[in-house]
Design a protein around this ligand. Structure first.
Ligand code: ATP
Ligand code: BUA
Length: 354
């Protein structure tokens, strides 16, 4: 079986071709800011991105017609359980309408749908950002009109969970894990017997990350919003793109922060330590969700390449459970394997309820 996987980010589209579990090639297409900014909304970019995918396939000498299925990253849909979803007309409409907000990942299913329809093969999305398997008690925030929402790096976390299970000769459904995805955004989630029963919303809760602010003191945030200094859009950008490490150090790259720390910059050290401290604290909180029954803590994402960061977190949480580090992310593989599980009949595709 051959599968084409498509993962759109804000400035790039990652494409990979798989023959069963084997990756034939995996390549990113960079989109310039001027090209992307020419579109009024994210959904409008799909024809432009389809053209770049077709161009890459031609360069690779891989005809679109060779694929048995196409899979895209799924985005900010209504809350839904994890799994592989068949992309039908309703789902494409939902991705265009962006019920959970605009996000480049909304384009994954849309691009895949149009390509799949042109060659008459099934199209899927896998474990979208809005996977929501939270228990009712986890949704309470303290204000009924502001329920907590599950928005996370579900795709990579669930792929990593399956990897750890395989290593242990067991299944995802038999383990209790706490997985921390440490990247541009940070998700920390307790996975209880195959379900992600809580998670900090990686867009606006939990630890600060390279560019996001995480949980903020609510009263002070209200004061900032009404200070007259910022528009709503500016505040949202501040929280989502200009918070965290960037707000303190003016950089979004963990490697540069660590280099500064190693050169004696004590402020850079404090900010990096703060990130690790907050991640460790969130892991501790999630251990209580599992009532302390934790088989493994797993650290993944780009920042898990850093020995300083993983050791600093492990130092504080290894009393809870053994810590396993799986650096980087395997989103392309996770997409391909999710589609293959359905194409090979190991799982049934789910249908998105509008
Ligand atoms: N050895 C390293 N030490 C410290 N930081 C590193 C190292 N290697 C990569 N990183 C950091 O990891 C970041 C990329 O992480 P990742 O690829 O998970 O993020 P992303 O895809 O941009 O965002 P997200 O994970 O939220 O989707 C880089 O910006 C870099 O700062
Ligand atoms: C909401 C977190 C998902 C992402 O940033 O990719």
């Amino acid at each position: 079986m051959k599968v084409l996987a498509i993962n759109p980010g804000s400035t790039s589209t990652k494409i990979a071709a798989y023959a069963n579990e084997t990756c034939l090639w995996n390549q990113g297409i960079e989109h310039s800011a001027s090209e992307i900014n020419a579109f009024a909304c994210v959904g409008d970019q799909y024809k432009y991105r389809i053209a770049s995918v077709l161009k890459l396939l031609e360069e690779k000498g891989t005809p679109l017609e060779c694929f048995d299925g196409i899979v895209g990253r799924g985005g900010l849909l209504n809350p839904l359980v994890g799994g592989t979803y068949l992309v039908d007309d309703d789902l494409v409409r939902a991705l265009h309408n962006a019920p959970g907000g605009e996000h480049a990942s909304n384009l994954g299913g849309i691009i895949a749908y149009h390509l799949g329809r042109s060659i008459n093969v099934p199209v899927y999305i896998v474990d979208p950002v809005s996977v929501d398997e939270m228990e009712p008690v986890a949704r309470l925030s303290g204000l009924p009109e502001l329920p907590r929402m599950s928005q996370s790096h579900a795709l990579n976390m669930k792929a990593v969970a399956r990897k750890v299970a395989l290593e242990r000769g067991t299944t995802y459904q038999d383990l209790n894990l706490i997985i921390a995805h440490l990247g541009g955004g940070i998700s920390v989630a307790p996975h209880c017997k195959g379900k992600m029963i809580d998670v900090n919303n990686a867009n606006n809760e939990g630890p600060y990350s390279l560019e996001r602010c995480g949980t903020l003191p609510a009263y002070h945030l209200v004061k900032l919003c009404f200070s007259g200094k910022y528009t709503e859009k500016e505040v949202v950008t501040k929280l989502h793109k200009e918070g965290g490490l960037f707000a303190y150090l003016g950089i979004k790259d963990g490697r540069i922060a660590e280099k500064r720390m190693n050169e004696g910059d004590l402020f850079a050290k404090l900010i990096l330590e703060g990130l690790c401290y907050q991640v460790a604290k969130e892991i501790g909180a999630m251990a209580t969700v599992l009532a302390g029954e934790v088989d493994h803590i797993v650290l993944t994402g780009g920042l898990a390449h850093s020995e300083y960061i993983t050791q600093e977190i492990a130092r504080r949480v290894s009393f809870i459970a053994p810590v396993r580090v799986i650096p980087g992310e395997s989103e392309m593989e996770a997409l391909a394997l999710g589609a293959l599980r359905v194409l090979n009949g190991q799982e049934n595709a789910l249908t998105y309820e509008v």
